[in-house]
Design a protein around this ligand. Structure first.
Ligand SMILES: Nc1nc2c(ncn2[C@@H]2O[C@H](COP(=O)(O)OP(=O)(O)OP(=O)(O)O)[C@@H](O)[C@H]2O)c(=O)[nH]1
Ligand SMILES: [Mg+2]
Length: 457
């Protein structure tokens, strides 16, 4: 049976049209043939050429373009790659696609397919690809920095170095097993190996203990605005977002769904949620809204608990790790505010809420800046650190946890002198480590990873 030749793929790799420039990329064995058919030559690799792009059947001019050629394996995908930098008109790109589709062995690329080929040709490991996806989706400066570090191999290189050390330790154990009739040699080799594995296990445990900073940076901190109906939650959200995102009305029970706004607080990503006012609702739709509000507040990193005055606060607060109390509508200057002090709202709880008590008016704007300043400091304190986060995804964390557990089990076996079982655990550990970078069988997870990419990437 002959393996069919690899198909050549093409796609628009730039943004939505019309635009100043539309970049059409081609990757695969037919890239050169496509260039010959459409511009009559293959430009020197890595040198921009100005050319008239023609329909290969009619010979009619489609556009004038800047054309690049990268000869495999020295290209992004590792295959021959051609790139047309066309004028970014819809008809221009459509005519170019039409011309390409008529050539032998060519088809449109699927989402993420260029990057997948780069992976398959050993150009990028999985952690770098995850970094690349994060770079494309980064909204804030701190997210961008984390993503570029990951793309440059922060975790990938570490995981590979760990794996090499592990394989050396494994080789020692296996050597010990071969010498098992010479008890002294075997014991010595096992103890050297144990020492190396203990050091490795401790290093990995320390990385796992750092918490989920990297994952939170990717996803953004979640801050939920919650409180009784009519407290002014949606008004505050709109004020902070500087646009009319949520409906505001004097009727209690206006907001039903959870509304999200993504904020960039001096480079740190924060997702602000507006939720339904929490009360004993009778309307089934409102009941659902209240249930959602409670659930999202409970999962949030921080809850801003809004209330207008004392009397309007009979409802129970959702249990969340951190809550700041915000008194709203201070422009109304109601008498109810007399004697209003933070201590009264600590509600007997031991949480140190007094430090985070705010009074503001979302209408006049008074007090909003102080809240925003503190939110920014909170995001910075939570996300920033001198050491960049090594783990940025659940996938990486799970595999590293599996590695660490196998090492721990292995150490026990080694200490008991069960070299065979020790070696087996080290093999399992090295498999988990290898799956982080994609060195060992990862076919099952590839689709999940590349699903995040757009077509043309
Ligand atoms: N004077 C004054 N009125 C405000 C302020 N904030 C909100 N309001 C008014 O209070 C009413 C309720 O505001 P919303 O923002 O809809 O309140 P909510 O907490 O989202 O209410 P639900 O979605 O029903 O839970 C509206 O009439 C707002 O205009 C404020 O700071 N000052
Ligand atoms: Mg509302």
């Amino acid at each position: 049976m002959t393996v069919p030749a690899r198909e050549t793929i093409y796609a628009l790799s730039s943004g939505s049209l019309p635009a100043a420039i539309g970049v059409v990329r081609i990757s695969g064995p037919q890239a050169k043939a496509a260039l010959l058919a459409m511009i009559g030559r293959v430009p020197a690799p890595r040198q921009a050429a100005f050319a008239t792009v023609r329909d290969p059947q009619s010979g009619g001019a489609i556009d004038q373009a800047l054309v690049l050629f990268f000869e495999g394996p020295n290209s992004e995908t590792g295959e021959d790659v051609a790139e047309f930098q066309l004028h970014g008109g819809r008809a221009v790109v459509a005519a170019t696609f039409n011309a390409l589709s008529k050539l032998e062995g060519m088809r449109m690329a699927e989402a993420g397919e260029f990057t997948r080929r780069a992976f398959e040709n050993g150009k990028l490991d999985l952690t770098a690809i995850e970094g690349l996806a994060d770079l494309i989706y980064a909204d804030t400066e701190s997210q961008r920095k984390q993503a570029i570090r990951q793309l440059q191999g922060l975790l990938g290189n570490r995981a590979e170095a760990w794996r090499r050390r592990l394989i050396e330790a494994l080789a020692l154990v296996e050597a010990g097993i071969d010498f098992s009739d010479e008890a002294d040699v075997a014991a010595d080799v096992t103890s050297r190996s144990l020492e190396a594995v203990r050091a490795l296990q401790q290093e990995i445990a320390a990385v796992l203990a750092e918490g989920r900073r990297g994952e939170r940076m990717r996803e953004g901190l979640v801050v939920a605005i919650a409180g009784p109906p009519n407290a002014g939650k949606s008004t505050l959200l709109n004020k902070i977002a500087r646009r009319d995102v949520a409906i505001v009305s004097p009727y209690a029970g206006t907001t039903r769904d959870v509304i999200e706004v993504h904020l960039d607080l001096e480079g740190f990503p924060v997702t602000l949620l507006d939720t339904a006012g929490i009360r004993e609702a009778t309307d089934p739709v409102e009941q659902e809204g209240v249930a959602r509000a409670r659930a999202r507040a409970a999962e949030a990193d921080l809850v801003l608990w809004l209330m207008e005055n004392e009397g309007a606060n009979p409802v129970s607060r959702p249990d969340s790790p951190e809550t700041w109390t915000v008194r709203t509508k201070i422009d109304l200057g109601s008498d109810q505010s007399a004697g209003y002090r933070a201590e009264e709202y600590a509600g007997g709880s031991s949480r140190p809420e007094q430090r985070h008590f705010y009074e503001l008016s979302a209408v006049s704007g008074e007090g909003v800046d102080r809240l925003l300043t503190d939110l920014t400091a909170y995001a910075r304190n939570t996300l920033e650190s001198r050491e960049p986060a090594l783990i940025t995804r659940e996938r990486q964390r799970n595999l590293l946890e599996m590695t660490e557990k196998a090492l721990k089990r292995g150490i026990l076996r080694g200490e008991e002198g069960q070299e065979d079982l020790f070696a087996e655990e080290l093999r399992l550990a090295s498999q988990s480590l290898g799956r982080i970078t994609g060195r060992v069988d990862v076919e099952d997870i590839l689709d999940v990873i590349f699903r995040d990419f757009c077509i043309g990437k």
